[in-house]
Ligand binder design. Structure first.
Ligand code: SF4
Length: 241
């Protein structure tokens, strides 16, 4: 089974618990205005690697990631390559690894064929890091190019199956920090019942140069990262403190 890989971080510490082997898969259907990896969007980009290549490569790190960490598949959008994920997680489970998917669920759909695969995958998934970029469908579309109904359905599916979830929110001043919406998000998180952790990812501009390299206009030019006080206020609204 071959996957299209953007990059690999062998000792990641921010995408799930502990020390993690993080694979960034190529391809994404969303077009987030704040994306710091627009070079992952093209589904035909990246390099091809087989599941066997990955399993061979991670052997060097196995003692560390097995003891206190695991593997995280991020992107781009990992669910776009769900067949690859299924094979990969099957092999990871044989090695006794903790498995996590970092997803925005932009490609989630309720077709029976896709749902079957998702259900199969979730049986081998220990944690889902789920980005909820905005609750308002119009603002979500403005921010990402797509409405969010299918993403909310994915969140509900994870709750119904009681899959452990960390919710992530990229905090962008004036875009995703409305107190009322954050309060609603907090209520939703409580209602879902399967959310173990909520993380705020403060907006940053480290990927702007990639937009320039790709000859793309950066939509958030002039928007500054949140201040410490703004982050703290959002943390309070999301019951993180
Ligand atoms: S979902 Fe992630 S990779 Fe895709 S556009 Fe948004 S930030 Fe970028």
């Amino acid at each position: 089974m071959i996957g299209r890989i953007h990059s690999i971080e062998t000792c990641g510490t921010v995408d799930g618990p502990g020390l993690r082997y993080v694979i960034f898969l190529q391809g994404c259907l969303l077009r987030c205005q704040f994306c710091h990896n627009p070079d992952t969007w093209d589904t035909k980009g990246g390099i091809e690697k087989s599941v066997a290549d990955i399993i061979t490569d991670l052997q060097d790190y196995l003692p560390y990631i097995k003891k206190r960490g695991g593997i995280t598949v991020s992107g781009g959008e990992p669910l776009l390559q769900i067949d690859f994920l299924l094979e990969l997680f099957k092999e990871c489970k044989k090695l006794g690894l903790h498995t996590a998917i970092d997803t925005s669920a932009g490609c989630f759909r309720e077709s029976p064929a896709f749902l079957n695969k998702v259900n199969e995958l979730l049986k081998m998934t220990d944690l889902v890091l789920l980005d909820i970029k905005h609750l308002n469908k119009d603002l979500h579309k403005q921010l990402t190019g797509m409405p969010n109904a299918h993403i909310m359905k994915f969140a509900k599916l994870l709750a119904d199956k009681n899959v452990p979830v960390w919710i992530r929110r990229v905090l962008i001043p004036g875009r995703t920090d409305d107190p009322q919406e954050l309060t609603e998000l907090n209520k939703l998180i409580t209602k879902l019942g399967n959310v173990q952790k909520v993380e705020i990812l403060p907006y940053h501009k480290m990927g702007v140069y990639k937009w320039e390299q790709l000859n793309l206009d950066y939509p958030l030019a002039g928007v500054e990262p949140p201040t410490e006080a703004e982050i703290q206020r959002a943390e309070e609204l999301l019951s993180i403190t």
